[in-house]
Design a binder for this molecule. Sequence first.
Ligand code: PHE
Length: 379
Amino acid sequence: MTSDNEQKIAATLERLHGTQDLAGIEAIRVEALGKQGWLNQLMKTLGKMSPEERQVEGPRLQGMRTRISEALDERKATIEAAELERRLATEVLDLTLPAPEAPAGSVHPVSQVMDELAEIFADLGFSVATGPEIEDDWHNFTALNMAETHPARAMHDTFYFPESDAVTIPASSSEAVGEKRRMLLRTHTSPVQIRAMVEQGAPIRLIAPGRVYRSDSDATHTPMFHQIEGLVIDRDIHLGHLKWTLETFLKAFFEREDIVLRLRPSYFPFTEPSVEVDVGWRDVDGRRALGGDGDAPGHGWMELLGSGMVNARVIEFAGLDPQEWQGFAFGVGVDRLAMLKYGMDDLRAFFDGDQRWLAHYGFSPFDQPTLSGGVGARA
Ligand code: PHE
């Protein structure tokens, strides 16, 4: 019987050696060590033995179990290692190969400018926030102090979703239960102001870049364009903070000190007072340069952004106490910033997807904007 067992073990180990995959190993394990396996059958014979026999046979059978079990583990490890080696050998990537000449992608100027802005504002302690492009009219208008009958709503050339897509505020909400909200494509990034105040409370220092939509189309307007919203909410914030922030940002963005800003009193329902900001530019030898002034030919002002002190009513709509918290906000056209800085003159080309345009105006992925290296460095 003993030599029988020895033979069985020898046969098992030999089969194990010839097994090349994990499924084969598992089959052998079940056959030998499983509940119905032959070793268990042998174990059962212990019960019929005399105590003396059992004292000898018991440890021997245990020893057999250990030997087989260890051999199984060992073979399994060997096969797994071989499998890994095989994969590593086939999945090689030769990093010394040069990148192919074509097709070569490039970073779109809009993405590049957004990265530049994020870099500049991060340095001023601003974080980046986002909001949905499919917005409801409460966030896009009402909470921004534009009641349903407010004339400014009509000025936004809004793309509305059908009335049947309106959402009703569920009973689980803490406010405005049962109110119907019409869905639309956001007409500006300002609804992110509301979302941020509602969600984070104060103080706040953020920028919110993103796509916005208005039913409008010519050389300087496309139905979809990009804005970046800025919002600061804190105690004792005043117009001086706004002016300094805009000047600092535009100087860093255009990488020149001779930026001339023109602040004009303006009107937005969500800011009071409101300030519209133009930047001066000069055409030098057909090349745009900033810092020009006056209305001489080739000189001019580019309307760049709307801004102002956040209207107390807006702060209230967002659930904060306007006695305690004040702030400023601004909204900038990102595409316009790109046009002004990199010299394109037709906004529509931004979104045509023309390879030649993209190759000409696009940026290398290696051209990461940094404040030390220059936010607009071009390879
Ligand atoms: N949301 C305004 C627009 O799209 C811009 C703006 C933002 C004005 C923030 C004031 C404050 O025209």
